[in-house]
Design a binder for this molecule. Sequence first.
Ligand code: NAI
Length: 287
Amino acid sequence: MAGVQDRVIAVTGAGGGLGREYALLLARSGAKVVVNDLGGARDGSGSGTTMADAVVTEITEAGGQAVASYDSVTSEEGGAAVVRTALEAFGRIDGVVSNAGILRDVAFHKMTTQQWDAVLQVHLHGTYHVVRAAWPYFREQGHGRIVVATSNTGLYGNFGQANYGAAKLGMVGLINSLAIEGRKYNILANAIAPQAATRMTEDIAPAELLAKLPAAHVAPVVGHLLTDEFTDSGTVVVVGGGLCTRVQLFESKGITFADVPTIEQVGERWAEIVDMDGAVPAVNRVG
Ligand code: NAI
């Protein structure tokens, strides 16, 4: 196989916004797509079949192959159902794009445990449930492609999005380990931080900025990360409006204390510890 031709790829949250663009492009490129979407509102309330159905219709009317899944990714059963849909319709599962998402934005001092949990459940736990269900098939066949949707909020923080940012960077932590565990099985796990005009961002970013960020710009990068030829794993790419960059951890040269320092000694040398002059890509020395 080459590219994404005949690969079976499940895209969660594909009933609108970025996920819809991914599904359409993947299908146009020869993939068989599971269009998963709970069909609810931006805050995760409600559900319905029309969003996923509309994208499946769009794909099949253009001559592509797709099947709908209305399952919520927030449960183990939901994640398993997404993968089962792929197996029943197309006989295999080759890739997962974990894209489903909701927002419950609120300043941290007003955040409720319910708002925290709801966002963690969809983004972080939802990614776990779908990827965990697909993983045995990926291992067995010696091929798997995982792309998760992280966010600049996870990488840099944003006012009112502590729940969302924690979930989004949690997803990067997840792919870092999956990249290690999956390597010998040709399972690649990567993350994109998209920037696009969708219902999620319509009242968050200024209209002039959003006009420069059509969701279609992001889809080819996601497509590339899903191809047979792709070999990188554990990378994070920021993609939007034509911009494509890699974000990576760097580590300062730092210092080494010969003996256990006092609090004061740490303070005296703090500027040297955090000085990023000559910083290098961070490597894990201690596990
Ligand atoms: P969107 O709101 O249009 O798409 C999210 C989709 O996920 C919706 O169609 C929704 O129905 C679905 N969904 C929500 N909960 C679900 C559940 N439990 N199970 C299955 N599907 C569910 O938003 P957009 O912008 O397309 O976002 C896609 C992904 O990209 C999200 O993970 C988002 O956090 C991320 N992202 C988007 C950015 C942007 O600039 N639009 C920026 C950074 C990240």
